[in-house]
Design a protein. Sequence first.
Length: 355
Amino acid sequence: MLATYPIAATDHNWISVTLLSALGLALEALQQGNAPPEFKDAISVEHRAEFARGPKFQGLYDAFVAKCQGLTPDECAQVAAALVEQNNLPAVFTSTTSCSSIRGVFPEVHEAAKELFKHAFEKLSAWKAPGSEQTIRATYHRLVDAHLSHGSCPFCGYEPLEAVDPDLVDPDLDHYLAISIYPFAGVNLRNLTAMGANCNRSYKGAQDILLDQHNQRVDCFDPYGNEQVTLSLAGTAILSDGGEGPAWAITFDPDVKSRNWRRIFELETRLRSSVLARQYKKWLQHCITYAQANGIDVSTKDGALEAVGKFKKTCAFETFPTIGLLKTSFFDLIESALNDPVGGERMHNFLVKAA
C-alpha cells in the first residue's frame, strides 16, 4: 500500500453487522435442529424498519436458509465458521489465520450468500448513515477523500480518485476480499476500499488477495492499518549500456510482504512503463528549464550539480507523492553520478544533451 485508509470511514457498518447477525441466528438454529427465524425476527429491532423497506432481502434470506436446510448440522457449522472467518478483519491478512471459502464445498449456499450480500452492497449507495443526510457510501467517500489529501489511488499511487462532488461519480468501491470468493464480507466496510477504476477493473478484479500465484497463503497489507511501502530507484542504471534509456530498477520496502500486492496490481511494470519511461525525459527538460529560469549555467559540471540539487527539492511538491518519490530518487541518481570521478563527465554530457 502506498497510502492507507482512515478507520473512521468504517464506522457506519450496521448493514453488515445486522445481516451477519441474522444469518448467524439462522445457522445456529439449523445446527440445533430448529426452524430458522423469519427474516424480520432475525433482524435487530434497531434496524428492522430499514430492512423492511428493502423487500428483496426477505426473498434472498429465505433462499440462503433454504440452501442451508439441506445441510447437516456439522455442515451448517462449517458455513457459520466461514461467515465468522471472512469477517475476522484484519486478522485474516496474516497468512496463519484461517479464512475459508465455501465456494467449492457448498456452491449453492455460496451463491445464495453472494446474491444476498451483492444486494446489500447496493444499499450502501441508497441508505443513509445514522444522523446524516448522506448515504453510507457518500459518507465513506467524504472521509476517505479528506484523508487521502493527494487524491490518488493507494494501490498504484498515481491514478486520481474523483473528488467529493454530487455531480461526479464516486470512485470504485472494491471488495478487498473478493465477494465472488468471500461473500460474507461483501458489505463489510472494513473490507471495502476506494480504488482507481484502472486498478480495480483492469488489474485487481476478482483475484484473491490472500493467495500468491501458487495459490499459497501469504501475509498481505491491511488497507486500514499503518504500514506503507516506500519506493526508490536504487540499482537503476541511468546510462545503460544498450543506449536505449535507463535500465530501471524499482526497490520496494518492505520487499517480501509487498510482492503479492505488486504482482496483483502489476505495479512494477506499470510504474516502469507508464511513469518512468514515459516521463523521465520531461523531468530532465524541466530541470534544464528550471536552471535557465534561475540563471544556472549547466554547461559546467558544477552548474549541473547546482541545478540538479535545487530542482530535486521541488520534486516533493508533485501532486501525487508516488511520482514525487520516483522523481526525487531519479535525480538522486543523477546527482550521485555527476559526483562520480569516473562517470561524472559522461552523466554531465547526458544532462547537457537533454537541454
